[in-house]
Design a binder for this molecule. Sequence first.
Ligand SMILES: NC(=O)c1ccc[n+]([C@@H]2O[C@H](COP(=O)([O-])OP(=O)(O)OC[C@H]3O[C@@H](n4cnc5c(N)ncnc54)[C@H](OP(=O)(O)O)[C@@H]3O)[C@@H](O)[C@H]2O)c1
Length: 334
Amino acid sequence: MDRAPLGPLEVSRICLGAMFFGSKTPAEESHRLLDRFVAAGGTFVDTADVYDAGGSERTLAPWLSAHRDEVVIATKIRWLNGLAPDEIRKGCDASLKRMGIDEIDLYQLHGPDPDVPLEETLEALDGLVRAGKVRALGASNFPAWLLAWAVATQDREGWAPFVSLQPQYSLVERTAEIELLPFCRAAGLGVIPWGPLGAGFLTGKYERDSPPPAGSRMADASDDLEEAMHRRAIERNFRVVDEARAIAQERGATIPQVALAWLLATPGVTAPIVGARTLEQLEDLLPAAELTLTEDEYARLASHAPPPETYPQRMLIEQSGLPDRISLPLRRAR
Ligand SMILES: NC(=O)c1ccc[n+]([C@@H]2O[C@H](COP(=O)([O-])OP(=O)(O)OC[C@H]3O[C@@H](n4cnc5c(N)ncnc54)[C@H](OP(=O)(O)O)[C@@H]3O)[C@@H](O)[C@H]2O)c1
């Protein structure tokens, strides 16, 4: 499996998501997934304090005690106690303790906290890096303006910078292409998409006019979730699956492999975070790392569910002839 730089880190181009470790994926199966992932060349694992209220991080601990040097560990903070400086310091210590490690490789804000001044949060994160508890910082679920503001503040204050963004991004959720991806490319942040299969929609298991399979992510999703039926099970998304199925048949691959290969071919994407729930699902996903799409296949997949049209991008493209990916190089590459 190829690797890519991520700030001071080097990571495999597929990241293993641990959201269900210790819950939907029992501990022993989770450890089998980790073994298989590492055997396939994977070196990048993503978790969060909030997953199963610490259960995911705790499930990683016994495996990490034997394999710490083989993986880059990313975790997150936000949804348990917010982003006040004291909560960040306590939250980091709690994550370290739960995982039984002495340094987090990538510590990410799981989302913004409107109750805490951003500067206070960023200064506290800088303190964690200086204290040697964290190697690098990332953000997740930030709107582009706030991410740009945060990055500029870190630059101005000389604080440890965000090296990555973790946005939702897949063939069926491409809003990130409008602002987030161009900003990350211009400012030199890596992008590690969550939900790369649209929570399983891009596997072909959901069908038009049929109820979702019992126990599946969409069957269990409440209306406010990103993978809620009313958002995901729409005609244009089914057309993406049809296209991915056709390409999969032509290439002797599977639908999710094609969907992941599309992300891997998208400029600026460092490593999609795959959410395999079982070993069988992981086995199905891993060959994506070796699948290179042609330009024509890439364009066919991209044609069905483009990102929404927004101003000023639409005006700049239509009236001023700017390229459809407006990505101006910044003076100072980070
Ligand atoms: N930053 C954030 O806010 C955020 C949010 C969500 C996730 N994440 C991270 O991103 C990771 C992945 O997110 P995600 O789980 O939404 O990603 P995903 O890869 O889009 O969806 C994973 C789901 O797809 C289905 N699936 C996966 N491989 C399959 C296969 N080969 N065949 C059939 N179905 C398959 C499974 O659904 P079934 O369970 O229905 O079988 C699984 O739960 C998480 O583990 C977490 O680390 C971050």
